[in-house]
Design a protein around this ligand. Structure first.
Ligand code: NAD
Ligand code: UFG
Length: 340
């Protein structure tokens, strides 16, 4: 089966590519390297021994999409290409809406033109806004997003629903990811954010390697067990594997709109993450408590039983695996990070 993956060299795209190649799928990939590097392609080959048929270009460019759909017999599309930094999206809303919404319209138009109607779309737990309680099921109301990034995902979900209503032969799977962390156990690919990381795990990792001096813990006065924010961290390889289940689900369906949360169902606080990281890796992570970060919520974790039941997918990696693999990747690639 030929799977077209946009954003193929990014964090989730690269790990998903490894799992798909190892399971025998052919991959045609697109990326413009706005948040990744070409060398990721070599790293994917190093792990799997297999090549991706790669196109460098922008998903906003219908010409490159035409070329890809003309030159390849595409069965299914997985769309990862997007900007994803919450704070940045507040500063650059137009760029985010163009890159995260307009590009999807370009993709959908092209898919329609070539009669390819199987799509897996990367959405986010942010579409739930501030959840009234946890765990969050797919039936929770979505909306009231607090930043343009989250709103861009909400809009695309709305577009996909309208598309499916207009034509029930579309076969669409929306995955709402919770907090992917960690790296491939080889340490060859992982999360490689540009500049100072905004997310917790890459920040902890850089403090542990000595690249950053101290972690700021954003608030210890939330209504949680230790006062710090709780999230559903999921190992990137568990998340990547879910896409195989998604492909199988779509392959066995003649049309449908399927929505799944992807998380572990267990929440950990910031301090639990710091402590686990220190213990597993036997390394010190300096931290200080500071005020809350604007827009943060107290807790957010998934009820992923729908994906467990309907897709036959479940996570197998532990919090210890997440911490160990994140640090292993950081140590192995420390010089790369320093060049940034
Ligand atoms: P990433 O930035 O590592 O990967 C995205 C890739 O897409 C990058 O390689 C980037 O260069 C590419 N790209 C961006 N815009 C493009 C365009 N217009 N044309 C071609 N390539 C383009 O991000 P990620 O963490 O791998 O996230 C993948 C998807 O999952 C995104 O849609 C993101 O919003 C979503 N998501 C991520 C998280 C997370 O915490 N990582 C959580 C929820 C949802
Ligand atoms: N945190 C800190 N210090 C830091 C960074 C984060 O204390 O330096 C805390 C936050 O306050 C929060 C927790 O760690 O309590 C997790 O924060 P992240 O920034 O790692 O993750 P978020 O849950 O805020 O958001 C992430 C992605 C979004 C995605 C969402 C999905 O940034 O893009 O997960 O749930 F949509």
């Amino acid at each position: 089966m030929n799977i077209f993956i946009t954003g193929v060299t990014g964090y989730i795209g690269s790990h998903t590519s490894v799992e798909l190649l190892n399971s025998g799928y052919n991959i045609i990939g697109l990326d413009n390297f706005s948040n990744s590097k070409r060398e990721v392609l070599d790293k994917i080959k190093e792990i799997t021994g297999k090549d991706i048929k790669f196109y460098e270009g922008d998903m906003l460019d219908s010409n490159i999409l035409d070329k890809i759909f003309t030159e390849n017999n595409i069965d299914m599309v997985i769309d990862f290409a997007a900007f994803k930094a919450v704070g940045d999206s507040v500063q650059r809303p137009i760029d985010y809406y163009i890159n995260n919404v307009s590009s999807v319209l370009t993709l959908l138009k092209t898919m329609k033109k070539y009669n390819v109607k199987n799509l897996i779309f990367s959405s986010s737990a942010t579409v739930y806004g501030t959840p009234e309680y946890c765990p969050i099921t797919e039936e929770f109301p979505i909306g009231n997003t607090t930043n343009p990034y989250g709103t861009s995902k909400l809009y695309v979900e709305g577009i996909l629903k309208d598309l499916y209503t207009s034509d029930n032969s579309w076969n669409i799977c929306i995955f709402r990811y919770f907090n992917p962390v960690g790296a491939h156990e080889s340490g060859i690919i992982g999360e490689d954010p540009n500049g100072i990381p905004a997310n917790l795990m890459p920040f902890i990792t850089k403090v542990a390697t000595g690249e950053l001096p101290i972690l700021s813990v954003f608030g210890n006065d939330y209504d949680t067990s230790d006062g710090t924010g709780i999230r559903d961290y999921i190992h990137i390889v568990d998340l990547a594997k879910a896409h195989i289940n998604g492909i199988k689900k779509l392959a066995s369906s003649n049309g449908g709109l399927f929505i799944y949360n992807l998380g572990t169902g267990k929440g950990y606080s910031v301090l639990e993450m710091v402590n686990a990281f220190q213990k597993v890796n036997n390394v010190k992570v300096n931290y200080k408590i500071v005020g809350r970060r604007e827009g943060d919520i107290a807790e957010c974790y998934a009820d992923s039983s729908k994906a467990n039941k309907e897709l036959g997918w479940k996570t197998s990696k532990t919090l210890e695996d997440m911490c160990k693999d994140a640090y292993n990747y950081a140590i192995k690639n420390k010089d790369n990070f320093k060049n940034k």
